[in-house]
Design a protein around this ligand. Structure first.
Ligand code: GLU
Length: 401
């Protein structure tokens, strides 16, 4: 008789993606007829630009796309990604150092699997995206949080990182622009953190999925551009989902040193093989075609960013720093806790998120999904009208407006 637990420890130890869970709940309530306005998923409301869709239409009629391609991706796409990486991340790499993945998520997962052994520590600036902890656990690593709150613009310092570093620290996870906070490290801060990581021989996994969604004068400088010496120990993660409104197409990539990319491609060859060829062809059109639609979407996000920050900041008890990138506003809502609102007294951001969903039909993701309680994440990648209406509902609920 085998007495092992029914399911593996590693599966028992992970939870469902909190962002996808809140999004699914909001969509289900909407389907039931509730007038839900959802700020939950980080998903552009725009259609994928037409020329990308047309490239996919052409591709689906071409029998060569009905076959396997190399697990690491179509050579033309890997070339296009190498060109984009040189342009936007300041890193010259051959196409052989690119692995095309099923969304940015698979790229992050494979990066941790490629680098971590049991006991290795990963420094994770917090608040952090909901899937990182589970991916680190699945790779046998140990997450070490480095917290930066709204008072420091959600940006960790070298001193904080150094205080968290031990002999076991192997990887720094660097995310700029950040999901969930929208914070972007300045070129100087990026260089200081990169030089620190370099001097201690750390690996860096740099999640650059929001790299092209920055506003005003801000530029999200890649950590390998700021510190070229890091290139031999950095894995860049990126994808088309956010920039090109292609979340459902599932196409991401990783770029890094030859040995790490060969290892990741081997892993992928046993896991998913190549990404759907039609999607790969669409991604070539996205990266090499007209970038004007991207600029129009970016300008729309910028406009919505101003609206949401201005309106959220009218609610006493919410402190919303102005995000410089991505499409999330991340207010500190501790000022709203411990008070009674229509008969309910929330003590955590989880309870506050439930309260506003119940009473105002507004869905936001609670801070608990991203580490510490005390925050709500609002995606502003939704239409201008619902965006304003949802916040006005909150203003009325919390007694203003
Ligand atoms: N990355 C997006 C978000 O944070 C999409 C959902 C997910 O994959 O977590 O909302």
């Amino acid at each position: 008789m085998n007495h092992s637990p029914r399911l593996s420890q590693k599966i028992t130890n992970i939870a469902e993606s909190a962002t996808l869970k809140v999004d699914a709940r909001a969509k289900a309530l909407k389907a039931e007829g509730r007038p839900i306005i959802s700020y939950a998923a980080g998903e552009p409301d725009f259609a994928t630009p037409q020329h990308i869709v047309e490239a996919a239409e052409t591709a689906i009629r071409d029998p060569k796309n009905y076959r396997y391609t190399p697990a690491a991706g179509l050579p033309e796409l890997r070339e296009a990604i190498a060109t984009k990486t040189a342009r936007d991340s300041g890193l010259d790499v051959p196409a052989s150092q690119v692995v095309v993945t099923n969304g940015g998520k698979q790229a992050v997962y494979q990066a941790f699997q490629t680098l971590l052994d049991p006991g290795d520590e990963v420094l994770v600036p917090s608040p952090y995206w909901t899937s990182y902890p589970e991916m680190i656990k699945l790779a046998g690593g140990t997450q070490v949080d480095v917290f930066a709150g709204a008072d420091q613009g959600y940006l960790v310092t070298v001193e904080q990182l150094e205080a968290a570093r031990t002999e076991k620290t192997k990887v720094l996870l660097f995310v700029s622009p950040s999901n969930p906070t929208g914070a972007v490290y300045s070129p100087e801060q990026t260089r200081a953190i990169g030089e620190w990581a370099e001097s201690h021989g750390l690996w860096v996994i740099s999640d650059e999925i929001y790299q092209n969604l920055v506003y005003g004068e801000t530029r999200a400088v890649s950590i390998v551009e700021a510190v070229p010496a890091l290139a031999d120990r950095t894995i860049l993660v990126n994808g088309v989902a956010k920039t090109y409104a292609m979340t459902g197409w599932r196409l991401g990539w990783m770029v890094g040193p030859a040995d790490a990319m060969a290892g990741a491609a081997n892993l992928q060859s046993h896991l998913t093989s190549n990404v759907n060829n039609v999607t790969q062809r669409a991604a070539i059109a996205a990266l090499t075609g007209d970038q004007q639609p991207v600029e129009q979407m970016r300008q729309a996000f910028d406009r919505r960013r101003h609206t949401i920050v201005t309106e959220l900041n009218k609610i006493p008890g919410m402190k919303t720093p102005t995000p410089e990138g991505a499409f999330y506003a991340y207010p500190d809502i501790t000022g709203l806790l411990g008070q009674e609102w229509e008969g309910i007294t929330p003590h955590t951001s989880l309870e506050l998120a439930d309260l506003i969903l119940e009473k105002t039909n507004v869905a936001a993701v609670p801070g608990e999904a991203f580490g510490p309680s005390g925050y709500l994440r609002f995606s502003y990648a939704l239409g201008d009208d619902p965006l304003l209406e949802g916040i006005q509902r909150l203003q009325r609920f919390f007694g203003i407006g």
